[in-house]
Design a protein around this ligand. Structure first.
Ligand code: PLP
Length: 434
């Protein structure tokens, strides 16, 4: 057993042992402190979309650091880079005439979006709309509000005073789950919609502010909902005056094969949050995109109250914004969403589908450059996943274990041969374990 690290590691069981230390990266590869070279099949934390050595991002940061390392965005004084990035995001957004609010992380973006939903309803004279609905197994972040919206029990245990009473859940739209049993995708959608309607009626339609939803659930174990679910949910919410917040922290900027996951599922959300791939994770930046009806109502409310009482010192940080501008430019120039849809997504999907018959595998699924592999449980839940993730590192590939599901979310810039190599190494790990 190694020395206990001084760092308090996020989302990590408390264990007095040496962490696995990554020291260098290039393309879709990283090297650890022992010198081992590893293919990174999870792009850090589903975020290093352009790989670890994109010179244009490094140059964009350096140029901006030299020109203006900081200017904030309070009180109508801002910086040119944040303004330009907002325009560019609005131009590609799946909502017309949206405005953009900047934050630093996915959690902050989701906290902000939920606060904006409350502010929106208050502005329209419906301050009783306080309830936020989310899905079982959804992950929306770890700040107080985002964690309360998260549907994963381990995020709540021990944190007593989180404001849980305002947060209620819809069933996880998992086609492999109990609610989907013996049903076609359409019947499953009908069941999900029926539960949503029943939940809204039970809680009171006029008490509900918003539903926050990931188009594809990531940290809940890579759940791809049936195709019409999000669109039909949005229609139901519209009928009740409830806002839809699309949490696209993972799905934005090409990961599903569309620029936004909302576009993949043909839905126009009222608010949409992005982080991770916005800057390809080179620097921390996130954003909330607000539909026109939302930002107009916010404007009315802040005119009444004198100010919009929300924001961060680093909202629209110019160096982060410069990197995000360059990252978005590269995603568009290289048509990464199209490449994921037509080339790399099918390559990964095909390779992963061949794992379905591997020892210890219960099932596989993929969408774009996202894949999930369910393992047969070992002695207790989570053990098989943890063991396989460790075996994978021995075989030279990093995958993420969420319970007994292995997740792949490689950089969008990964070449085809590296994608197949990642899966081959995982196959070798499965064979070594059984
Ligand atoms: N929302 C989703 C869908 C996520 O996957 C994550 C992080 O993994 C977050 C929100 C939180 O983002 P952050 O860790 O940047 O706060």
């Amino acid at each position: 057993m190694g020395a206990e690290p001084t760092i308090l590691e996020p989302h990590t069981p408390h264990q007095p042992s040496e962490p696995h230390i990554i020291v260098r990266g290039e393309g879709c590869r990283v090297w650890d402190s022992t010198g081992a070279e590893l293919l990174d099949a999870v792009a850090g934390l589903w975020c290093v979309s352009l790989g670890y050595s994109e010179r244009r991002l490094i140059d964009a940061a350096t140029r901006q650091l030299e020109r203006l390392p900081f200017y904030g965005s309070f009180n109508h004084r801002t910086n040119d880079v944040a303004l330009a990035l907002a325009d560019e995001l609005a131009a590609v957004a799946p909502m017309s005439r949206c405005k953009v609010f900047f934050a630093n992380s996915g959690s902050e973006a989701n906290d902000s979006a939920i606060k904006f939903a409350w502010y929106y309803h208050a502005a329209r004279g419906e301050a009783d709309r306080t309830v936020i609905l989310s899905h079982e197994r959804a992950y929306h972040g770890s700040t107080a509000v985002a964690a309360s919206a998260t549907g994963l029990a381990h995020m709540h245990g021990g944190f007593g005073p989180l404001p849980f009473d305002m947060f209620h859940r819809l069933p996880c739209p998992d086609p492999a789950g109990e609610l989907a049993r013996e049903s076609s995708p359409e019947e499953f959608e009908d069941r999900l919609l029926a539960v949503a309607e029943e939940t809204i009626q039970r809680l009171g339609p006029k008490r509900i502010a918003a539903v926050i939803a990931e188009p594809v659930l990531g940290a809940g174990g890579l759940v791809v909902p049936p195709p019409g679910y999000l669109r039909r949910l949005k229609e139901l919410l519209r009928q009740h005056g409830i806002l839809l917040i699309a949490d696209e922290v993972i799905t934005a900027f090409g990961r599903t094969g569309s620029m936004f996951g909302s576009q993949h599922f043909s839905v126009e959300p009222d608010l949409l949050t992005v982080a991770k791939g916005l800057s390809s994770a080179y620097l921390p930046i996130s954003a909330v995109l607000l539909g026109e009806h939302v930002w107009r109502a916010l404007g009315d409310q802040s005119s009444r109250l004198g100010t919009l009482g929300h924001g961060f010192t680093y909202s629209g940080h110019p160096v982060c914004a410069a990197v995000a501008r360059e990252s978005l430019r590269i995603v568009v120039e290289r048509d990464l969403p199209g490449r994921v849809r037509q080339v790399t997504g099918p390559v990964l999907g095909e390779a992963v589908s061949r794992l379905a018959d591997a020892p210890g595998v219960l099932g596989v699924r993929s969408l774009g450059l996202l894949a999930g592999i369910d393992l047969a449980a070992a002695t207790k839940p989570g053990v098989a996943g943890k063991r396989l993730a460790a075996r994978a590192v021995e075989q030279g590939v990093i995958v993420r274990a969420i319970g007994d599901t292995l997740i792949l979310a490689p950089p969008l810039a990964t070449e085809e041969h590296d994608l197949t190599d990642m899966v081959k190494r995982l196959d070798a790990a499965l064979a070594a374990e059984h």
